[in-house]
Design a protein around this ligand. Structure first.
Ligand SMILES: Cc1cc2nc3c(=O)[nH]c(=O)nc-3n(C[C@H](O)[C@H](O)[C@H](O)COP(=O)(O)O)c2cc1C
Length: 397
């Protein structure tokens, strides 16, 4: 990576480069909010490392020239086998925020998620782009509020309702405790100094559209600052949410419904039983339960249990095209991205996200050619060997 001052988007060739550019451009409390995870961040590290315990076995002389990267998940075709997982607060990372992510995803022909804590209104994005959209939902104690939010999402034309189930309480993110990062900002003195050191970010933040949380503002006084995100989680979300509540939600929604944060085969079966059409194996990028298993390690077991009943996706630690190839080979229908697009967003807005997604797409296409596959459907467990036989998968001989 070139030295400071000459660091440009065009110098970013991989996840590490984008992360470094974001680190240099963001006040460190914001960088740490994106980069950080719970407790000792063991799960976050394992998420990426899990892919390295698995090797690809290519086939040669198959005469492949063009490759078809498309997949179909939850009734919608995506041009590429990855999608933007819903993430909060994008406007804080870059003044273009969620609009940049939506535009880049639409350009690539893929799906993106709008978080309950997203900074652009669901309806606005739905009108602006025809690409499939997910609305990520948190379950509130107030059932009337839940119903009103579902109704509004339905009216907006949301394709997939995605209920996050791994966040009934906030994770212990110690980097944020140290810097005082929370919304509204309550920075420690050290945290404040860090903001002072990135005047360009501060200028952009202050001279563009005011920060707001439109998905919640109608119901909760978030933007005006009387309710912090921490209090929103502890006071408004329902830690007692259970399978009956979700079954009712699935029926009310009457459409594609996905649970994000399922990890066990037993829970995956229950999701299928209550009518979910998809699940995302996820540990929230290691930001919730530290020590939780990596989704990739858990994937085969869950695909074997429910892969014929609903669409199984996964996220966590994806940084390379070959990671996507490995997940698809194990049976994932598509792969979700978090920090892979957040660092580029923070580093360079829409141009950054587009570059990162294009690079990933190129890596997948190149990897498939080198694997001897012309379609994502050609990928199978025949293409994989595990270094240790602890993945619930017998190496295929
Ligand atoms: C900064 C940040 C904010 C996030 N916000 C949300 C959110 O609002 N809702 C949600 O369901 N998941 C959220 N996630 C989790 C992502 O959707 C996804 O599961 C995770 O980032 C995948 O791991 P990766 O970042 O290693 O790709 C967030 C993740 C990050 C890094």
């Amino acid at each position: 990576m070139p030295v400071e001052g000459h660091l440009r988007l065009s110098h970013c060739h991989n996840f590490r480069d984008f992360r470094e550019l974001a680190r240099r451009r963001l006040p460190s409390p914001i960088f740490d909010y994106i980069d950080g995870a719970a407790d000792d961040e063991v799960t976050k590290r394992r998420n990426s490392a899990s892919f390295e315990d698995c090797d690809l076995v290519p086939s040669v002389l198959r005469g492949g020239k063009d490759v078809d990267l498309s997949v179909t998940i939850m009734g919608r075709k995506l041009a590429v086998p990855f999608y933007g997982s819903p993430t909060a607060l994008q406007r804080v990372f870059h003044h273009q925020g969620g609009r940049a992510v939506a535009a880049a995803a639409a350009k690539l022909g893929t799906m993106f998620g709008v978080s309950s804590l997203g900074t652009v209104a669901l309806g606005e994005l739905r009108k602006a782009y025809a690409s499939p959209q997910v609305y990520q939902f948190y379950f509130h104690k107030d059932r009337g509020l839940n119903r009103a939010m579902l109704k509004r999402a339905k009216e907006a034309g949301v394709d997939v309702m995605m209920l996050t189930v791994d966040t009934i309480t906030g994770g212990n993110r110690e980097r944020d405790l140290r810097t005082g990062f929370t919304i509204p900002f309550r920075l420690t003195f050290g945290g404040m100094l860090q903001f002072g050191m990135k005047p360009k970010w501060a200028l952009n933040y202050l001279t563009h559209e005011r920060f707001s949380l439109p998905q919640l503002d109608e119901y909760v006084d978030m933007g005006a600052g009387s309710m912090s995100i921490g209090r929103y989680f502890s006071e408004m979300l329902d830690p007692a949410m259970n399978w009956d509540d979700v079954a009712e939600m699935v029926q009310t929604w009457e459409g594609q419904f996905c649970l994000k944060g399922v990890m066990s085969a037993a829970d995956a079966k229950r999701a299928a039983d209550i009518g979910c059409t998809g699940i995302v194996l996820s540990n929230h990028g290691g930001r919730q339960l530290d020590g939780s298993r990596a989704a990739f390690d858990q994937l085969a077991e869950v695909v074997d249990a429910v892969g014929d009943r609903l669409d199984v996706m996964m996220d966590g630690g994806v940084q390379r095209g070959t990671h996507v190839l490995k997940a698809l080979s194990l049976g994932a229908k598509a792969v979700g991205l978090g920090r892979l697009y957040l660092f580029p967003l923070a580093a360079a807005g829409q141009a950054g996200v587009e570059r990162a997604l294009e690079l990933l797409k190129d890596e997948i296409a190149r990897g498939m050619k080198l694997m001897g596959c012309t379609s994502t459907r050609d990928l199978s467990r025949q293409n994989l060997r595990f270094r240790m036989a602890n993945r619930g998968v017998e190496n295929v001989d």
